[in-house]
Design a protein around this ligand. Structure first.
Ligand code: ATP
Length: 351
């Protein structure tokens, strides 16, 4: 038998809530839906226990009225939230960037432009810090061209025995995780904003980094979603900007510095890469990309120039061969720049 809304309300008005008032008057009947011989409504109560008998009574009365199906869902009241505590002595709440448990510091390696040697610097710095006895992690967040697996000579898919935490890989004393290890090496990866941010967050929080003195993050070039997400989600202790002496690379580096300044991330310093070219045959030195541009820029910006790294075949061969120059030829002059930066970071408590 088709019921009307009025019939149903009249039926419910005859049932008393524990307070003595009828169900409708007490405002307990919410979202009433009468559809033919089916009746549904929600009873909003603080504690369902005392209302169980009332619910049963309502079901019986509605069935007697002619309802074939009765569905009464009891939900707890959504209490209005307390007004914000604006008193001066209140405890500060954690907001914005958070620390990763077990990771003492996070240092990002950034560049305004692609191909200036940012990943080479990140790999060498990580290995040089490990050689200084630091517990080092290296997160390859360069989603557009992950290169750390090749530079550190690691391959294979990271395992996740419990399906929750990802086990990172390790080489040369560096604990490493790369987005490149989650995709096929030759496969072009198209990342959309939310996907990218999700992947970065997963790399930060779901990788079993263990106890680290410093986590080095190799960022993609430029000032995009990854940089913003990292600065917003993780507590970044500082950023090292890599640039070549060329004007165009410097211009892009300036944009990067500007962005990190706006996000309140300290700039640890700049590194001029491919500073001078020393011929591996005759030792002749020439300035392929100019020289000193980064130094004067760093002076202008009031940030330290951490090192001038030469453009040298050995640096490329070592990086491409899976053992960075600080590992394969630690005593060479080409490795010295990286090692000096690592020592300085340790001495300043930055890594
Ligand atoms: N100082 C150097 N001397 C010789 N070769 C170098 C030097 N620095 C980097 N390279 C080489 O230049 C190439 C690009 O370097 P790298 O991948 O580190 O740059 P990147 O800035 O990280 O690039 P991307 O924009 O792809 O992330 C690599 O083949 C690397 O071996």
């Amino acid at each position: 038998m088709a019921l009307s809304r009025e019939d149903v309300l009249a039926c419910l008005k005859a049932i008393k809530a524990p307070s003595g008032t009828d169900l409708v008057e007490a405002g307990l009947v919410r979202a009433l839906n009468v559809d033919g011989d089916a009746v549904r409504f929600v009873m909003e109560v603080d504690n369902p226990e005392p209302f169980m008998a009332v619910k049963e009574q309502a079901e019986q009365a509605l069935t007697a009225l002619g309802a074939k199906s009765v569905s009464i869902v009891m939900t707890a009241h959504s209490k209005p939230s307390a007004p914000p505590d604006l008193s001066a002595g209140r405890k500060p709440e954690p907001a914005g960037p958070e620390k990763i448990p077990g990771v003492d510091r996070i240092v990002a390696i950034a560049s305004g432009k692609g191909g200036v040697g940012k990943s080479t610097v990140a790999a060498n710095l990580a290995c040089a810090l490990a050689a200084e006895g630091r517990r080092v992690g290296l997160l390859d967040a360069d989603v557009y061209g992950p290169s750390q697996p090749r530079m550190l000579g690691v391959s294979g898919r990271p395992q996740s025995p419990d399906g929750k935490l990802i086990l990172p890989l390790r080489n040369f004393g560096v604990t490493m995780m790369s987005i490149g290890l989650m995709t096929n090496e030759d496969q072009a990866v198209v990342w959309r904003g939310p996907m990218l941010m999700g992947a970065l967050q997963q790399m930060l929080t779901q990788v079993q980094w263990g106890a680290l003195d410093v986590l080095i993050v190799d960022l993609p070039p430029g000032t995009g979603d990854v940089q913003m997400t990292l600065a917003q989600k993780a507590h970044l202790d500082g950023v090292v900007i890599v640039s070549t002496p060329q004007d165009v690379a410097l211009l892009d580096a300036r944009k990067g510095i500007d962005m990190f300044n706006q996000m309140g991330t300290p700039i640890i310093g700049m590194i001029e890469n491919m500073s001078t070219h020393i011929c591996s045959q005759c030792g002749h030195e020439e300035h392929v990309f100019g020289h000193g541009g980064v130094k004067s820029e760093a002076e202008k910006l009031g940030v330290p120039l951490l090192a001038e790294i030469p453009l040298h075949l050995d640096i490329r061969l070592a990086a491409d061969g899976g053992a960075p120059i600080v590992v394969s030829k630690p005593e060479s002059t080409q490795a010295q720049g990286f090692r000096t930066v690592a020592k300085a970071l340790v001495a300043d408590g930055k890594a």
